[in-house]
Design a protein around this ligand. Sequence first.
Ligand SMILES: CC(C)(COP(=O)(O)OP(=O)(O)OC[C@H]1O[C@@H](n2cnc3c(N)ncnc32)[C@H](O)[C@@H]1OP(=O)(O)O)[C@@H](O)C(=O)NCCC(=O)NCCS
Length: 123
Amino acid sequence: MTTLRPPQNFRTARTTLRPVTRGDAAAIFNGYANSPSATRYMVWPRSTAPAVDGVAERSEQSWASGHAFPWAVVLQSTREFIGVIELRLNPPKADLGYIFCEPFWGRGLASEVVSCVVEWAFA
Ligand SMILES: CC(C)(COP(=O)(O)OP(=O)(O)OC[C@H]1O[C@@H](n2cnc3c(N)ncnc32)[C@H](O)[C@@H]1OP(=O)(O)O)[C@@H](O)C(=O)NCCC(=O)NCCS
């Protein structure tokens, strides 16, 4: 736990980042949490019931408690939800998790978003 808090919003060339809220539950479930390919290497199991799983609720609670900072990544051009990046701060260490919806893989979007958050973390 740390008192250091990142900004709630970032803007990259093609995306905007904002805190994940429980309003993102359906997008998370349909976009990646229910996907066998997206969840293949995750430490958590694929979701089969969004209401029971509570990924979005836990993300919202993470921002409130300040132990992790999950952002929803939104494509500027279409306003689509394309995935989540989460920063966990434990100075002098930090680590990241990220998972994107499969239709958006392979376009350099994860690199773009990770670079932005890493740049803030190093600063
Ligand atoms: C990992 C993930 C976010 C990458 O998203 P992306 O937008 O397609 O990534 P990028 O297009 O920015 O690619 C970044 C680099 O990673 C490589 N890469 C992407 N997915 C990869 C995969 N599954 N295996 C190996 N390399 C991969 C790309 O080739 C690229 O390398 P390069 O810069 O040398 O060309 C996406 O594949 C995903 O959500 N996967 C499921 C969840 C996951 O595994 N998350 C990571 C663990 S926390």
